[in-house]
Design a protein around this ligand. Structure first.
Ligand code: NAG
Ligand code: NAG
Ligand code: NAG
Ligand code: NAG
Ligand code: NAG
Ligand code: NAG
Ligand code: NAG
Ligand code: NAG
Ligand code: NAG
Ligand code: NAG
Ligand code: NAG
Length: 863
């Protein structure tokens, strides 16, 4: 999850909740945030658990004031309700949510002005905006009767962060009692509906926001979130009937409702369809009138209407035929439900777009009445939803836009100099923040720079004996090494010869992943979901499906991908191609059978790697990074080197993944993120963090963390450990400086590592972790040193086993590795392949809950 540091005097509350949903057989919302603001404990309300808003908020507040407020009655926990606590803000305040699955989300807000002598919440003016839409503008309980209000909105969230900002007016305060941000099934609200008067199709609804103004259960009881799989409320319609006596309620057994593929339990609960209003006896010989509902609305807005029908009235097919009117306009004529649905008790719904009535502009009327052609004079309706549609200003309340409501006006970037600096899981975020802060203080106070002499390397990439690698120089070795995989080889050759990624059709991707079958899901990351797929020719691939982008974003994406697909190296995970049809952002990578390096170190119960295997893997990864830094026409900084981004193929050959993908698309800009420092906690170069200056040496630092992780088999950050052990970089460095690295290394390695090799390895890691970039070796130097450590290890084992090879390698005498690639090739081919079906992606369970920690293509000397 995300946490945010703020450099401007605004208050942001951080949310780090793991989703908590009540399980539903039908739809499980990927995002399900139920937050009880200002509460100190979980509150169960209408069958759902609301968690307190920021248990760690004190960490976050730089400036700005927030207070939690509890009603005096809340001390007796008999009927604790979300309306008994609130959070009161005296300045602009935001809640920011990590969105795992883009698409429509319910935004539900609960307000209740708790009596308190400090603040008069009744007169507080409440303004709430999202990243794009104004939800509520200058609402006050002074002009409202009732002890609480509940507002429901639905917004299509397209980025992976969603911000809800509360704006107080002038010197007043703003408050909120509870917030829900919950995924809506994509199919619930279509992009198109029929507009009335004039009648024409209306498209583009998916870009608009809605506010629920009415949701009526005709003739039925009040249904609350407990009674609806999507947590909606349905109220009885009686008070909106034009003439009370005109209706007669018909009730069926809810279990008799036969849902269809188009009308499911998500469309409306069966309790809605099981009750209906029909025409009552009007004490006239031939009853002929309309049943009309009159709904007060705001004339400035358009409305989305969903009318729910289910023929629970008729005893035979084709007897009930009636008309539906909206504002006197015929919306549906001669409606015969049993023909449309091919049966009785089958739900049916229809969507319309309408303005308020022309005659009485503050009202919207909906009527059903008998059709003159019908055998039976009757009409029915089961449910009605009326949703207000956002206007030109992207507002659901007034004519002000988000920009004009936020201080700073047009310059939205100025408004929030927010840095998203990384990721952490749940409550660990707090510990992480402390760790990072301490780290920075430590770093800042440590004026003296590391003075350990550079040994072995020359500290400067330019003077290094290894020249930058030719762009396609290794495609030959690539094909050679994967000869066992015929189809794979074929695609690699074709790629190498065209030097361009293959453009896949969306259908091909659908076929390869069995329509993105959840069973083939390998992982979920900041970028989106990763599926295992099989191409038509049998090639196994990893398919990354990103969150959709805008048109402009697509062009960038394409350019980037075309560039990335030219990067070929034995130690980089190959991009096979991409698909950008239908604004999809799909990347197809080679499948890595043994998954991320991390799972071979800890957490996955895989057999421990030998020291030699570890060295070979580190060397492979170092080669990949060295190539990124020096091999391409422009230097590429990975930005997110970590053990989950080093993947292993079936022969345990290490390949670096997730390089060069920009995440600063327009979608992120819209969240007002101006400076995004990317990277993962525990791996973040302290210098980069301080100065936001990115160099290749930042990758070197992260790689140093990887080396320590490989040696010690523990996560880079482990917040449950004592303070001095939380951060592997600090902890291992302390032991390394004492020369006691062997004390903390993986117990599986004890006694199986050549001490000279370990020493070299430790020194290399230590240099990588130097405080200042200039003191760190280049990736080339790192590679050289690791090669040397491997030679020391091989020599020692060779000496132990047999004496005949030993003359070639005398321990202690440094030697330049000769023909490193051929050399390593033969070693790699000897490396045994674990048979497990690894995930083949960089995204592991942790990443599933983390923010977009994405490496980015950077031209360090500026574009
Ligand atoms: C609060 O609710 C969440 C989600 O349901 C749960 O994970 C957590 O353990 C609960 N906390 C307490 C103190 O009950
Ligand atoms: C926070 O509260 C203090 C006193 O309660 C007040 O002096 C200060 O101005 C407030 N800060 C903001 C940003 O409202
Ligand atoms: C008003 O709220 C403040 C802060 O939560 C609290 O300390 C105080 O006791 C409340 N006053 C009353 C009368 O409830
Ligand atoms: C009220 O809460 C306290 C602790 O918060 C708990 O010990 C007590 O059992 C609760 N009482 C009821 C009636 O739930
Ligand atoms: C509140 O109630 C009063 C009297 O009961 C009524 O006059 C007024 O119109 C109501 N206001 C609203 C906003 O409903
Ligand atoms: C806030 O201040 C503006 C001018 O500064 C004034 O026009 C407006 O009425 C004030 N609003 C409230 C709710 O006091
Ligand atoms: C949300 O918006 C995106 C792009 O703007 C669109 O592709 C998607 O279909 C929309 N989702 C829904 C549920 O309307
Ligand atoms: C709604 O659900 C609650 C809890 O399951 C139940 O007690 C109540 O009877 C339900 N309401 C209706 C109208 O079915
Ligand atoms: C109809 O009935 C509802 C509730 O039963 C009541 O609130 C409303 O005033 C009635 N309307 C008329 C016109 O009688
Ligand atoms: C409409 O159908 C219902 C249910 O069958 C019935 O009770 C009612 O009398 C009918 N209305 C008219 C006007 O026939
Ligand atoms: C029902 O209302 C529509 C639209 O106002 C009108 O055209 C129609 O004549 C009405 N039907 C009856 C029976 O009053």
């Amino acid at each position: 999850m995300v946490f945010i540091i703020i450099t401007k005097p605004y208050l942001v509350l951080l949310l780090f909740f793991l989703s908590c949903y009540t399980p539903s057989a039908l739809f499980t919302p990927p995002d399900n945030y139920l937050i009880s603001c200002g509460a100190s404990q979980n509150i169960t309300f209408q069958g759902r658990t609301f968690v307190p808003d920021s248990p760690h908020s004190s960490l976050v507040l730089k400036t700005g004031n927030s207070s939690s407020l509890a009603s005096p009655t809340s001390t007796t926990n008999q009927s604790l309700s979300i309306y008994q606590t609130a959070r009161v803000f005296s300045g602009l305040a935001s809640y920011r949510f990590k969105i795992t699955s883009p698409g429509r989300h319910w935004i539900r807000l609960h307000f209740s002005p708790i009596k308190n002598s400090t603040w008069n919440l009744n007169s507080a003016s409440i303004t709430v905006v999202t990243d794009d839409f104004v939800l509520l503008n200058d609402f006050s309980f002074n002009n409202h009767n009732g002890s609480h209000i509940f507002k429901e909105y639905t917004v299509n969230v397209t980025s992976d962060l969603f911000t809800l900002t509360f704006i107080p007016s002038n010197d007043s305060v703003v408050f909120v009692n509870a917030i829900e941000v919950v995924s809506v099934p994509d199919s619930l609200i279509p992009d198109q509906a029929l507009a009335l008067n004039p009648s024409s199709p209306f498209t583009g609804l998916s870009h608009l926001a809605f506010e629920t103004v009415y949701r009526l259960n005709m003739g039925g009881p009040l249904l609350t979130s407990e009674n609806d799989t999507l947590g909606r409320q349905w109220e009885n319609d009686a008070k909106y009937l034009h003439v009370n006596s005109s209706v007669l309620v018909v009730t069926a057994n809810p279990s008799s409702i036969k849902y269809t593929a188009s009308a499911t339990q998500e469309t409306a609960p069966n309790m809605v369809y099981a009750t209906a209003d029909t025409m009552g006896e009007a004490n006239v010989a031939t009853p002929n009138f309309n049943v009309t509902w009159v709904l007060p609305v705001e004339p400035e807005f358009r409305y989305f209407l969903r009318v729910h029908f289910c023929d629970v009235v008729s005893h035979a097919m084709n007897t009930l035929v009636f008309n539906l009117y909206v504002n006197d306009d015929l919306a549906l004529g001669s409606l015969d439900l049993s023909t449309l649905t091919n049966g009785l008790n089958v739900p049916y719904f229809k969507d319309f777009i309408s303005n308020a009535s022309v005659e009485s502009p503050r009202l919207l009327t909906v009527s059903v009445g008998p059709d003159s052609q019908a055998d039976i004079t009757n009409a029915t309706m089961n449910g009605l939803e009326v949703l207000k549609i956002s206007n030109e200003a992207k507002s659901l309340s007034g004519l002000s836009s988000v920009k004009s409501l936020l201080p700073g006006g047009s310059d939205s970037n100025k408004r929030t100099e927010v840095m998203i600096i990384g990721s952490a899981v749940g409550a660990f975020a707090a510990v992480l923040l402390v760790a990072v802060c301490c780290y920075c203080c430590l770093a800042a106070s440590r004026k003296k720079r590391s003075t350990s002499p550079q040994e072995g390397g020359n500290g400067n990439g330019n003077g290094h004996p290894w020249l930058p690698l030719p762009l396609y120089g290794l495609s030959q070795t690539l094909t050679k090494s994967t000869a066992s995989h015929k189809s794979n080889t074929a695609s690699c050759i074709s790629l190498a010869s065209t030097h361009l990624g293959r453009v896949f059709m969306f259908q091909e991707i659908m076929d390869a992943t069995n329509k993105f079958d959840e069973s083939s899901l390998l992982g979920v990351g900041g970028f989106g979901r990763v599926y295992k797929g099989t191409l038509e020719d049998g090639t196994k691939v990893a398919v990354k499906r990103g969150n959709p982008r805008s048109e402009q974003g697509m062009a960038e994406f394409r350019t980037e991908i075309e560039m990335l697909s030219k990067l070929r190296h034995r130690h980089l995970v190959s991009l096979i191609g991409y698909c950008d049809e239908r604004s999809e952002m799909i990347l197809v990578y080679e499948y890595m059978a043994n998954g991320p390096l991390r799972s071979h170190l800890y957490g996955a119960e895989l057999p421990p790697l030998s020291w030699k295997q570890r060295l070979e893997i580190c060397i492979g990864a170092a080669r990949g990074l060295h190539y990124l830094h020096t091999g391409a026409s422009q230097s590429i900084i990975h930005r997110d080197v970590k053990t989950t981004n080093i993947l292993l193929d079936e022969n345990l050959v290490a390949k670096v993944a997730d390089f060069g993908l920009s995440k600063t698309g327009p979608s992120l800009d819209q969240t007002h993120v101006s400076t995004a420092v990317k990277g993962s906690f525990g791996y973040l170069d302290p210098e980069y963090f301080r100065r936001q200056q990115l160099t290749e040496k930042s990758d070197v630092y992260s790689f140093g963390v990887v080396l320590m992780e490989v040696l010690c088999c523990r996560p880079a950050l482990n917040p449950v450990l004592p303070r001095e052990q939380v951060n592997i970089a600090e902890w291992a460095m302390a032991w390394q400086k004492k020369g006691l690295l062997d004390q903390i290394m993986d117990s599986n390695l004890t006694g199986k590592v050549n001490p000279a090799s370990l020493k070299k390895f430790g020194e290399t890691a230590e240099k990588c972790l130097a405080e200042y970039g200039v003191d760190r070796p280049s990736m080339g130097d790192v590679l050289w040193n690791l090669e040397y450590a491997l030679q020391l290890e091989e020599t020692s084992s060779a000496l132990m086993e047999a004496d005949d090879n030993s003359t070639n390698h005398i321990p202690g005498i440094p030697m330049a590795p000769m023909e490193p690639f051929d050399n390593s090739m033969s070693m790699m081919e000897r490396g045994g392949g674990g048979g497990n079906s690894g995930t083949g992606t960089d995204d592991d369970a942790e990443d599933a809950t983390t923010s977009a920690v994405f490496s980015q293509l950077v031209h360090p000397r500026g574009r």
